[in-house]
Design a protein around this ligand. Structure first.
Ligand code: HDE
Length: 716
């Protein structure tokens, strides 16, 4: 058991290891990098107090030089991210049948982890709320070495072969001539590429769905995407897909809201993660596996190696085998979150790769990218990247080498070092690649089993609730509406027609364009020079599952208000008893009531002690909260009724389908809103504090009342 040191409330082997590299200045004197005590950090060395600075000033030079070199290249993708430490524990030893990985089979072991969530397209300083895929990368510091599960919050990908990745990312990033738009795919080059690559159809459905605008990193799923392989102690293999299921459920914001959050608080997800962990609301995710026996590899109508396909949970259920808990914020963003080097090729005995051509390409890319990003081959020595087990090998030297290797033998075989370090037998935990039989010709080809591009796109669309379907149509109308080249929009409509004609018609309506009819035109333009386009068009398959409950967020967990932020709108003269009772009831459910008033400081209730104000209308915005409550109190109600910011706050919360509660004697405030006279679902009023709090809690747990959007009558 790792010891508990001050400042390390969640000790484990990794936090103890990191502690050896952390610096704490409290009570210390200022030094240079050479350990020299500095006497004056306010003035440079000059020839006279009005004279020129002297080159001799080694203290100034050291400080400025270090500053000049503070930035490293940002990640080419996933540049914007947030990290957290945590632990993982498997529930039981049932996985031993499939894998020999110690951390997945021994429930007595708590494995330290570091997780980095990210957006994909935007730069390091871009908004968290971009419509985008989210990265969900987990580094497990296992006793058998580091295992990195470098996944996303969407279970499929845009492309089937790694060779197309630079094209995809070039198309998605800001356009090369003017470097616009930032952190957005709503532009010509992205949709040009997509409209020519029908293999992206399934991913596009997910990326245009609410999954691409999560409410929180804590409320999204994670997926390993590729099929991996488990190998058990007897050397038998099976296929496996990895899942993360958030215990708070999968929730998103509205697109209009996402755009506003991007202005009001571009750090929204980063802040949410940080604050939840600080408050002790540790994010939790269950780890799930879908296991397919090797003999069953070809029993599906899709190819397990095709990363544009899921295995519907109806065909292979997800077994929840363990839990990840994020319980500590990083001490230093750069040292940990920025320098963490994830790699799908970091595996441990019991886990191996499949031949998914996207995964195979990734195995090259991630080391290569760290070499340029972190500056050399010793990035594994950066504290956050170190395995908790010591490293012994014959690799030497390179920029920034930390390890001091003793002895003479830096080669193998050697006799001078007694043959050490020696190779590990399989029985001692030595890694042995899975001996998959391969008998093939060397070809640049795509298997025809990868040619069905639409049936799972249709499956995803058909599995959505009506509001979710509408959101997909709206997202496509928005994105294609920003596309200038009409031919690109037209080609996209052709693709949508093959996914769902109703969807295509809706988007065509918004774009003011006809829905393509007549004989199917070739849709795949990703063809080798000597290929006949006819041979490369998508094939139709009969899907064995046409609707999957797991794909709709409407079916997610809706039983908790834990860690939700609730705005309480109040002014002087508020009914303090009601306000405090609601705040207490929300806190009992794990939610945070935030008092928002026309001014900071305190407000004076009608009776009782002054109430501290958390935010004023100037700094608060409804888009940063999950729900709103308006307590009574004659003067407070009168003030809010004529306060444009308060009324706008409520209108906007209503438009974004959030739960709204008001005391019976605060109804006048609601009446001054657009919805007050005919409120839809999720608007609750009542005179009894306890009963109101109970109904409000149930409503907040629903997350949103998307059905309100049908009315679309609140111009907030
Ligand atoms: Fe990545 N990806 N990727 N990717 N990826 C990177 O590695 C790449 C792919 C993912 O928080 C880069 O260290 C290629 C799929 C995450 O640090 C780079 C291909 C999935 C992160 C890279 C893919 C991912 C990355 C950039 C196609 C989901 C952030 C910085 C063959 C399963 C990790 C870095 C973090 C980061 C390459 C496709 C997830 C350039 C070539 C599919 C979560 O190496």
């Amino acid at each position: 058991m790792a010891k508990k040191t001050p400042g390390n409330e969640n000790p484990n082997p990794k936090t103890e290891q990191l502690a050896a590299h952390t610096e704490e200045s409290t009570g210390e004197m200022l030094t240079t990098n050479q350990g020299l005590l500095v006497n004056d950090d306010q003035n440079s060395l000059k020839a006279g107090n009005r004279g020129p600075s002297l080159l001799e000033d080694f203290i100034l030079r050291e400080k400025i030089t270090h500053f000049d070199h503070e930035r490293i290249p940002e990640r080419i993708v996933h540049a914007r991210g947030s990290g957290a430490h945590g632990v993982f524990r498997v529930y039981d030893d049932s996985m031993a049948r499939y894998t020999r990985a110690a951390f997945l089979t021994d429930p007595s072991v708590e494995t330290p982890v570091f997780v980095r969530f990210s957006t994909v397209a935007g730069s390091r300083g871009s908004t968290d709320l971009a419509r985008d895929v989210r990265g969900f990368a987990v580094k497990f510091y296992t006793p058998e070495g580091n295992f990195d599960l470098v996944g996303n919050n969407i279970p499929v990908f845009f492309i089937q072969d790694a060779v197309k990745f630079p094209d995809l990312i070039h198309a998605a990033k800001p356009e090369q001539d003017h470097e616009m738009p930032q952190a957005a795919t709503a532009h010509d080059t992205f949709w040009d590429f997509i409209s020519l690559m029908p293999e992206s159809a399934h991913m596009i459905m997910w990326a245009m769905s609410d999954r691409a605008i999560p409410r929180s990193y804590r409320m999204m799923e994670g997926f390993g995407v590729h099929t991996f392989r488990f190998v058990n102690g007897k050397g038998k293999g099976c296929f496996v897909k990895f899942h993360w299921k958030p215990l708070l459920g999968v929730h998103s914001v509205a697109w209009d809201e996402a755009q506003k959050i991007s202005g009001k608080d571009p750090d929204f997800h980063r802040r949410d993660l940080w604050e939840a962990i600080e408050a002790g609301h540790y994010p939790e995710y269950e780890f799930g596996v879908q296991i397919v026996a090797e003999e069953d590899e070809h029993k599906f109508e899709f190819d397990l190696l095709d990363p544009t396909k899921i295995i519907p949970e109806e065909l292979v259920p997800v077994r929840r085998i363990g839990k990840l808990t994020l319980n500590r914020n990083p001490d230093n963003f750069f040292a940990e979150t920025e320098q963490v080097a994830m790699h799908p090729g970091h595996i441990v005995p019991g886990i191996d790769f499949s031949n998914d051509p996207l995964l195979q390409g990734r195995l090259f890319s991630y080391t290569d990218t760290q070499l340029i990003r972190l500056g050399g081959p010793n990035f594994h020595e950066i504290p956050i990247n170190r395995s908790i087990e010591p490293v012994h090998n014959h690799q030497r030297d390179g920029f920034m080498r930390q390890q001091i290797n003793k002895g003479k033998a830096n080669y193998n075989p050697n006799s001078l070092g007694g043959g050490c370090p020696f190779q590990a037998k399989m029985a001692d935990g030595g890694f042995v690649s899975y001996p998959e039989k391969i008998d093939a010709k060397k070809v640049r080809e795509r298997s025809r089993s990868f040619f069905d591009h639409f049936s799972q796109a249709t499956l995803f669309y058909n599995s959505q609730s009506e509001p979710e379907k509408q959101h997909i149509a709206d997202a496509l109308s928005f994105e294609l509406g920003k596309v200038v080249t009409v031919a690109i929009r037209q080609r996209m409509l052709g693709i949508l027609t093959r996914i769902d004609e109703g969807l295509a018609a809706k988007v065509a309506g918004a774009l003011g364009m006809p829905v393509p009819t007549g004989p199917d035109q070739p849709v795949n333009h990703s063809i080798p020079a000597d290929g006949n386009p006819k041979d490369f068009q998508p094939v139709k398959v009969t899907a064995s599952v046409t609707k999957s409950a797991a794909l709709s967020m409407a079916n997610t967990v809706k039983n908790t208000i834990k860690s939700r932020k609730i705005a309480i709108l109040a002014a002087d003269g508020v009914n303090g008893a009601s306000l405090n009772a609601m705040k207490k009831a929300l806190a009992a459910g794990g939610a945070l009531g935030v008092v928002i008033a026309p001014h900071l400081g305190n407000i004076q209730p009608a009776k009782g002690e002054a109430i501290p104000v958390d935010q004023s209308f100037l700094t608060a915005a409804s888009v940063l909260f999950d729900a709103v409550y308006v307590p009574g109190g004659e003067n407070s109600v009168a003030a809010l009724t004529i306060n444009a910011d308060a009324v706008h706050f409520l209108n906007e919360a209503y438009r974004h389908c959030k739960a709204i509660a008001a005391d019976a004697d605060a109804e006048e405030v609601l009446n001054s809103t657009y919805f007050g006279k005919a409120p839809g679902p999720g608007v609750i009023t009542g005179a009894d504090n306890a009963e109101l709090a109970q109904r409000f809690t149930e409503a907040i747990a629903q997350h949103r009342f998307w059905e309100r959007e049908q009315e679309r009558r609140v111009p907030a």
